[in-house]
Ligand binder design. Structure first.
Ligand code: ADP
Ligand code: MG
Ligand code: ZN
Length: 409
């Protein structure tokens, strides 16, 4: 077996494992069943890709979406990893031939196929290294994306009790975690939870006065790839134009653009070292750009979860990055109106509570990171030293609580 650290450097080009990756990889290599809870961007793929290379045989990777599989395969192949998927969009004969010939390090399969008798017979004919179950929250009814086919995976897993079994998800809620362990036959001591802290991201939250001027001012001092999240398509367009007019390459991205334009703008951004993407929240999912240095919110996000996820697109490479949120009380008034107009009655209280938590974050005079991490159930240090309030404690404690008052009215 090749040394994991050597593979990390030679195949993936990284000097260090990040967070719990090393622990997860070691467990898999030791054959111990594991459920890894790691936030988006933490590097879950490497946790099964590296062991797949270190161990003999082909790794089966269960993944729910064809588009997701094909993205993963493209990035694996770019590293020289031999990967394929068996979906309706693939040439079945070629993939089966490579699988049977032992020419694959990774085979991606959707759960509905992986649980058929035909696939199970096929898998019995090939030496396998491990079974990875990505997006494992799909196995639980408590999760936000239950898929009944995930339940049937026990058949395939029972066929291969001797293989290392690794389930992965970013879903943090304890009830879902416990359910995944039971459904996939992983003992409680197989649970590895990665922290949610992103210490290299510096958080700034400040009142919005003049969006365009403030955004341009921030960008002028911050070279490197940046994302500006705008509250509407129109504002994304307008910000992209203003930023481009200031001499910095900038493009818009939102769901109202033609698919080809979206794809072209995304590719231009991913390939650039200085571009700004002025986007709605339609931008970001599945985009792998580790060197985004700045994320600016030109208006309040939907919730703390959304804020964490959107700012989390900064600094995935671990180098210093910044998040700036420009908010106004009007954002909260509007969000509240929207809840009352558009949400079913039984969801309104929940949504208002989420908005209240967000108001608590933006109006806080204490450490922003501590608030974020406590929100995700962690017990952080009271001061992080790397957010606006820690670096520049608000001089006068003049708590106006505009947003919170607005919401409780
Ligand atoms: P997840 O599935 O957890 O959202 P990915 O597996 O897509 O995350 O990885 C996110 C990014 O982190 C990718 O760009 C990947 O190359 C990078 N990455 C993974 N592991 C490391 C590491 N040890 N050091 C630096 N970057 C890493
Ligand atoms: Mg992933
Ligand atoms: Zn702080």
């Amino acid at each position: 077996m090749t040394d994991p650290h050597q593979l990390l450097k030679q195949v993936f080009g990284f000097d260090h494992f990040r967070g719990v990756q090393e622990e997860v990889v070691e467990r898999v290599l030791a054959g111990r069943p594991t459920l890894a809870i790691m936030p988006t961007g933490a590097g879950k793929s490497l946790c099964y890709q590296l062991p797949a290379l270190a161990l003999e045989g082909t790794a089966l990777v269960i993944s729910p979406l064809i588009a997701l599989m094909h993205d993963q395969i493209r990035s694996a192949e770019a590293l020289g990893i031999r990967a394929a998927s068996l979906t309706s969009a693939d040439d079945r004969d070629t993939v089966v031939r490579r699988f049977l010939g032992g020419e694959l390090d990774l085979l991606y399969v959707a759960p509905e196929r992986a649980t058929t008798d035909g696939f199970r017979r096929l898998a019995d004919r090939v030496p396998l290294s491990l079974v990875a179950i990505d997006e494992a929250h799909c196995v639980s009814e408590w999760g936000h994306d239950f898929r009944p086919d995930y339940r049937l995976l026990t058949r395939l897993l029972d066929d291969h009790r001797e293989l290392p079994r690794l389930a992965l998800t970013a879903t943090a809620d304890p009830r879902t975690r416990a359910d995944i362990l039971v459904q996939l036959g992983i003992p409680e001591d197989g649970l590895i939870v990665s922290g949610f802290d992103r210490p290299n991201i510096r958080y700034h939250i400040l009142p919005r006065e003049q969006t365009g001027r403030q955004v341009l001012g921030l960008l002028a001092e911050r070279p490197g790839p940046a994302i500006v999240y705008a509250p509407s398509r129109k504002e994304a367009e307008s910000l992209a134009a203003q930023i481009a007019a200031s001499g910095r390459p900038a493009l818009p991205y939102h769901a109202g653009l033609e698919p080809q334009v979206r794809a072209a703008n995304q590719a231009a951004f991913v390939g650039s070292e200085e571009m700004v993407m002025a986007a709605t929240i339609a931008f970001g999912m599945g985009i792998d750009k580790p060197d985004v240095r700045t994320v600016i919110h030109a208006g309040a996000p939907k919730s703390i979860e959304a804020y964490y996820q959107e700012t989390g697109r900064a600094g995935r490479d671990g180098d210093p990055a910044e998040a700036h949120l420009l908010w106004s009380a009007a954002d909260f008034a509007l969000a509240r109106q929207r809840i009352e107009r558009e949400m079913p009655a039984d969801r309104q209280a929940d949504e208002r509570a989420r908005l209240q938590s967000l108001a608590g974050l933006v109006e806080a005079t204490g450490c922003r990171r501590a608030i974020l991490l406590r929100h995700f159930g962690e017990d952080p240090a009271p001061q992080c030293g790397n957010c606006d309030n820690c670096l520049n404690p608000p001089a006068t404690v003049e708590v106006t609580e505009v947003a919170r008052k607005l919401l409780s009215a």
